[in-house]
Design a protein around this ligand. Structure first.
Ligand SMILES: [Zn+2]
Ligand SMILES: [Zn+2]
Length: 304
């Protein structure tokens, strides 16, 4: 077990800071690097989960991938009609779905236009439906996403492992992209914070104050403002970290966890990063509402 690797990017910064500030250590009654020691119990649980489960989860994913090699979800290439890959987003609910679906179980391809709720037989008939006035009017009620990232999604190792990780709430999991570099190597990119991690380090990032605050600033500004402080994050008192954890837990309980996007290969990432990122940005995220915004939360820094 490589404990040093396991803190990843997260502790490197704090170590530098500790050297700069070591003279003040004796004067402060807040334990130094309180965030790191607060996070330790979760990181130990994560390390245990990896040691016990990584092998089995990888084995199952390999089986799953090899039995799912037909790229049947790419209708556009199958029928040489790029419009078939378009998706629509409901302007009110934010829900996203494929604009067209195809059923070939009766021999001839039957296409369903999901906004008109119309089923036709054959690509030619569908193409004339696409140009129709009624269809265009219906479509105007939705946001149309033309460019679907040109990648086959892969099953996520992180997503599978996290199904067994319940000791800490996780915010903004949908901002993580798992790029598969090889059979046993991935890099995890947090597109919210713009940072890269390995499997050991990603959990520490997800539960770090820095990541949680970036998520809250974006989607829960009322409570994010309560946590804005001059105090560097690693000096936050444990009760403040506990409060942040409680807030994260309540958001997770209400909205559930997001899903990790997994893709194959660094090339796919380099080609599709802008499209993937904007796709993630526009996804449905947990966000504050007038009756769910932590407005009544007392100052989390006040000494109890
Ligand atoms: Zn239609
Ligand atoms: Zn992040």
């Amino acid at each position: 077990m490589n404990i040093k690797r396991f803190h990843g990017e997260y502790s490197r910064g704090t170590e530098d800071y500790r050297m700069l500030n070591s003279y003040s250590e004796t004067q402060s009654d807040v334990p130094f690097d309180s965030e790191s020691s607060w996070l330790d119990k979760f990181l130990i649980a994560w390390q245990e989960l990896i040691s016990n489960q990584e092998f089995y989860v990888r084995r199952d994913l390999t089986k799953y991938e090899s039995s799912n090699t037909t790229p049947e979800d790419d209708l556009g290439s199958t029928f040489n009609e790029p419009k078939l890959n378009a998706r629509v987003r409901d302007r009110d609910s934010g829900e996203e779905r494929a604009l067209y679906t195809c059923n070939t179980s009766h021999g001839a391809a039957q296409f369903t236009c999901s906004v008109c709720d119309v089923t036709v037989t054959g690509i030619r008939v569908l193409q004339s439906h696409m140009g129709g006035k009624k269809h265009m009017a219906k479509l105007a009620e939705y946001q149309v996403i033309d460019h679907v990232p040109d990648i086959r999604p892969a099953a996520s190792l992180l997503g599978e492992l996290l199904k067994q990780f319940h000791v800490s709430p996780l915010l903004g999991l949908e901002y993580i992209v798992e790029v598969k570099l090889g059979a046993h190597e991935e890099v995890f990119k947090c597109v919210l914070c713009g940072a890269d991690f390995d499997l050991n380090g990603i959990l520490g990032h997800l539960i770090s104050t820095a990541h949680r605050l970036s998520f809250l600033r974006k989607h829960f500004p009322v409570v994010a403002a309560k946590f804005s402080s001059q105090l560097p994050e690693f000096q936050w008192p444990p009760h403040t970290l506990e409060t942040l954890d409680t807030v994260a837990g309540r958001i997770e309980a209400k909205h559930g966890r997001g899903e990790v996007t997994a893709i194959r290969g660094l090339l796919a990432w380099e080609r599709e990063a802008p499209a993937l990122t904007s796709n993630i940005e526009q996804m449905k995220h947990a966000r504050e509402t007038p009756d769910f915004n932590f407005e009544l939360l007392p100052d989390p820094f006040r000494i109890k």
